[in-house]
Each structure stands twice: as C-alpha cells, then as structure tokens.
Write a protein that binds this ligand. Structure first.
Ligand code: SF4
Ligand code: SF4
Length: 481
C-alpha cells in the first residue's frame, strides 16, 4: 500500500461518538421518491468528484479509531449507495482499519439498496463480517410504489436478487423499512413479509419531509430545511408536507399494529429496533436510538470531501462543523458547535413535552421533525407527537412486564405467556393506575375503568364498554375512593 502523508493524528474525544461516512456522497443508482439525501448533490459543484480520496479515507479511518475512548469502534458506511464504489474500495477500507486498529475491536456496518450485490460482494461482506443493512420497504407492490430507479422503473426484483447473495454467503443483515404515505397503510403485510425473507432485525424509519421552503430553495434543494428551534416562524400556518410523508397519526398506528403481533408471538425471535429501544427506556438504561435520547450531537455525518456535519439529518452549510483534513474528528465531536447542537435538543423542548408522561421514552424525538405548535401555542412540537403518544402509551403495560422480567433476570420473551394467562390479567389490572390521582385504579371510577379497558382490551382484544355517566366521574376529576 502507498504511504501517504496525513494530517496529525487525532486525540481521543471525551465520550464515544459516531460518524456516518458518505464515501460516495449522495450519489445513488436509485431515485426513491421520498429520499431526503439525493438532493444534497445540489450543495456541490456540477463537476464534483464524488469518490472519497484515499488520503481522506485513511485520515478518516485512522482519526476515527484514535478518537474513540473505548476499546470498540463501529464504522458505518452509507450514501448515496456505497456499492457504487466497488468491492476494491472496501478492501482498502479494511486494510486501513487493520493498519490503524491499535488493538481496538473494529466493526463495520454497511447500508445498501442491495441492487448491485453479487457473488463478489457476498464473499467480501461475509469474509470481513460486515453487518449489512438492506433497504427494503415490503412486498413487491408496496416496495415498488416509491423505490424506483433513475428511469422510474421498479427495483424489488433486483433487491431480492441482492438478498439472495447475502443469504447465499451467510452475510449478517438487518432490514431498514421506510414508513411513508404508502407503506404506512400496510403494517402487518410488511411485518409478515420481512419475517418471511429471514430478517430478524427490523428498523422502521418515518419519512417526515416538508415541501421546500425559502431557505432550502436558495440552496437548490427539494425539501424544507430543518426548523429553527430558537425562533418560531412568523406565520402559524400548518406545515406543507411532502406528498410522500407519513401522516402525523398514522405512524403510531402502524407501530401499534406491528407491536401487537410481535408481543404475542415474536419477542426474543424478532428484534424491532424501536421496541428494543422502548424497553431500554423502561429499564432506565441510557443510550439507544439517537431519536429518543435527551440530547444529540454524538452522531455526526461526514461527506466524501471530509466535511463533517452535526448529523446526517443536518447536512446543510449552517450545520457544518469543519473538515477532517483541517481539524481532528475528536476535536470536531467535542467542539462548541457540536455541543450546542446536542444540548439544543433538550433546552428547546416545549413545556408540553417536559410535562408529558412518556417524555422519558420519547424526549421530543428528532429536532428535524419539531416544526408544529403545542395545543397551547408553543413552537417546536414534534410533527409525530400524536404517533408517539399513542405508541408509548399503548406499549406501557407490556413494557412494564418485560422490564420486570428483565430485572428478575428472566427472559422478557416470557411476556408472551404472561399476557394471556389469568396471572397476567391480574398483573395488568394492577398496572392500571388512576390517570388523575396516580393511585391504584378503582372499579368505581370511570376514568380508571377506561384505563383498565385500554390495558385489558389491548392484551385480550376484549370489548369492554364503559359509560362514564354511570359511574359518576365523567368530568375527569380525581375520585375520592
Ligand atoms: S438530529 Fe435527529 S437524527 Fe440527528 S442525532 Fe439528533 S435525533 Fe438523531
Ligand atoms: S409524545 Fe409528544 S409531548 Fe410527549 S415527549 Fe413526545 S413529542 Fe413531546
């Protein structure tokens, strides 16, 4: 290998951080209609060379390893479409990782649309233990609705061909499914399909894009720029959502439908990232998905030219932290810009969220999606708030049981036996607390009965009708019992 003269080596950051590497920038062989990253091509000149140079690649790999304070380092290559770089490019990645590992354990994740995979890729990915994330939106008619190539042609068959190579070479993979205006209508069909193709690790990512605004239009982009959380816009108009965005309530229903199947049959067999993350929240374990963390700022994105941004969702000039060739990654991760960005997620949380009963699990979700008003008119509420309220409240009883099992060092999968049992029914009743006075629920109170109805009905699909007038607590006041 040619030895290059690289910038001075980075020192370790104060805490672990993550970099999503875009070694081919936003370039992709597909043209999925809802993709928020393709538009980033407009941020660069027409004659841009998109492939990250060897010098930058080696600097990145060396620096990233050196900057991680712990013994493990997780790389993530995404795009655009990283397979466009060819297998030999990733052979160089592995060689640089080995050269600079310094005794640390290296893992590499690789997100792909799967359409260019073949035997050579399969062999390489398996040999080097890459964890592959395969983007697939569901069965053929669902997937092909919006995941099309540059000529608008469907791509499902090529993706399934790619999957064939992953399975043939026993490459570890998970699936990433975008929940958009089309896929949101088919939760169970998609869930069943993903299990049928052998996916055991499922990610469901909501598509939340608004039509282009003035700031983004000036940059030549197709979607609105992220909201300014410090300053509410002059007008209180409803956001103009892109036609492919998931409706604000529908995402929650989508998750609830899948959760109900999962919690009855698949706990411990199928891993849904968001459900695992929710359990982690119920157990009070820090970390997990950035969306639901209290602060951001530790999940940076790096473009092919070495420019480093605060996050993959914030690749805009305003959020650029610097360039890898001028400043070390550790410095950039710990820089005042990164810290301020991360802290803003917590400091700009509206009162409505701060007082929300599921805040511990939601934390207002991603700041990119905070562009609506709270019921009392405060700016900065997450567009998906109705979905998260619905989902986190719905999963609460099962999460509490699973968390308890975990604390007793029993497998959370036992929830599947507990829920339908008589003991489970009692446990669920015991979980029902007065929503107003936070006491154990009582059968004399309509609010409590409704709560029990939600919990028991959820587990048993039992119709349980309560007439609030018949129990004398229709106005939502705490009862005296
Ligand atoms: S801005 Fe959104 S995607 Fe980025 S780190 Fe924060 S929560 Fe995650
Ligand atoms: S569910 Fe809604 S109110 Fe509660 S923390 Fe999340 S976004 Fe805020």
């Amino acid at each position: 290998m040619v030895t290059m003269s690289l910038p001075a080596v980075s020192s370790s950051a104060h805490a672990p951080f993550h970099v999503m590497a875009k070694a081919i920038g936003p370039i992709c062989n597909l043209d999925c209609k809802y993709c928020f990253y393709l538009e980033k091509e407009q941020l660069y000149p027409n004659n841009e060379k998109w492939k990250m140079s060897d010098e930058r690649l080696e600097t990145f790999i060396r620096d990233y390893i050196a900057a991680q304070p712990g013994p493990e380092v997780s790389f993530a290559f995404q795009g655009g479409e990283p397979t466009l770089l060819g297998v030999d490019y990733f052979r160089k990645v592995v060689a640089f990782q080995k050269k600079h590992a310094g005794g640390k354990r290296i893992e590499t994740a690789f997100q792909t649309n799967g359409t260019l995979l073949n035997d050579e890729w399969g062999e390489f990915l398996a040999e080097n233990n890459f964890l592959v994330g395969l983007s697939i939106d569901g069965p053929e008619e669902v997937h092909d609705a919006l995941r099309v190539d540059k000529k608008g042609r469907p791509t499902y068959k090529q993706v399934m061909q790619g999957l064939h190579y992953l399975r043939k070479h026993k490459v570890e993979f998970n699936t990433l499914t975008c929940v958009n205006a089309v896929t949101v209508q088919h939760p169970l069909k998609i869930y069943k399909f993903l299990k049928s193709i052998g996916s055991k690790y499922l990610q469901f990512i909501p598509i939340v894009e608004r039509e282009v605004d003035t700031a983004a239009a000036k940059l030549g982009l197709d979607f609105a720029a992220p909201p300014d959380l410090e300053n509410a816009p002059a007008s209180k108009e409803n956001p103009r959502m892109s036609e492919f965005a998931v409706p604000a309530e529908a995402y929650g229903e989508f998750l609830v439908k899948i959760f109900d199947q999962w919690v009855k049959r698949d706990v411990g067999k199928v891993y849904v990232q968001l459900f695992d993350n929710a359990l982690q929240k119920w157990l009070g374990i820090p970390g997990g998905l950035c969306y639901f963390s209290e602060t951001c700022g530790r999940a940076l994105a790096m473009e092919h030219d070495g420019d480093v941004y605060t996050c993959d969702h914030f690749v805009y000039p305003k959020y650029k932290l610097g360039n890898l060739m001028n400043q070390s990654l550790g410095e950039l991760a710990d820089s005042p810009g990164a810290r301020a960005f991360g802290e803003a997620k917590r400091s700009t949380l509206p009162k409505y969220c701060r007082e929300c009963s599921v805040r511990f699990a939601c934390n207002g979700e991603c700041p990119k999606h905070r562009f609506t008003y709270t019921p009392d008119g405060e700016w900065g509420l997450n567009y998906l708030c109705p979905s998260y309220k619905r989902f986190f409240n719905h999963v609460r009883p099962a999460m509490e049981i699973m968390a308890q099992l975990y604390r007793e060092q029993r497998p959370p999968a036992e929830v599947m036996q507990i829920l339908p049992s008589a003991a489970g029914k009692e446990a669920l009743k015991a979980l029902a607390r007065c929503l107003i006075g936070n006491r154990p629920a009582t059968i004399r109170c309509a609010a409590c009965l409704t709560r029990m109805h939600m919990i028991i009905g959820y587990a048993y699909e039992v119709p349980f009708n309560v007439n609030p007038r018949s129990t004398g607590n229709a106005r939502g006041k705490a009862c005296s019992s």
